[in-house]
Design a protein around this ligand. Sequence first.
Ligand code: HEM
Length: 192
Amino acid sequence: MTDALWYFGRGSGVVSLVLLSLVVALGVAARSGRTPFGLPRFAVSMLHRNVGLTAVVFLSGHVLSLLFDPYAQLRVFDLVVPFAGNYRPLWLGLGTVGLDLLAAIVVTSLLRRRIGASGWRAVHWLAYLCWPVALLHGLGTGTDRGTWWLWATAMSGAALVIAAVGWRLTPDFDRRTRRRVAARLLVSEGVR
Ligand code: HEM
């Protein structure tokens, strides 16, 4: 049973990391005037949300299984307060920071209508901090740290996110987005 928890904890951690990379890239794509593969924007947004929720499910599995795994000796406290654990405190603490940030992003997304768009957006920007912190935790904490396959998996996700962010920073991304907003305004004012 202990071995099963340990394997599940590692596997679900890797899946969570891959899904988080995908979520960040999809979140960037959903904001663009030209979506990847010509997908409709609502499809990219739905994919972003559903992959995000799936990441949360795997992440819950990750922390719960490792909480009951006797080797890391985690306490519930370590899931919330970073850098206080006994097991590789720095690397583990980065995971806790990632979890705290993700919790803030999920809660504010659920309360989006109540807190308004600007409050929601301000917290959602924390995703840009959450993802690298989670990446460092994944590369530095586990049994598989230093293995080629974990690095290859993490670096593929990193390449995807860096490409999406690079695309977001191009003037073309902004121009297309502005054109889309202007077109939407014209439609809402009944000009088109
Ligand atoms: C953003 C959230 C997180 C992500 C994406 C994540 C992902 C990962 C990944 C990829 C690994 C490496 C697994 C391996 O070596 O095969 C790992 C290991 C580990 N994580 Fe997380 N993690 C997160 C949050 C947390 C939190 C909050 C805790 C507990 C406080 C935690 C506890 C651990 C432990 C103890 C290991 C070592 C497992 C082992 O190999 O024995 N993680 N995590």
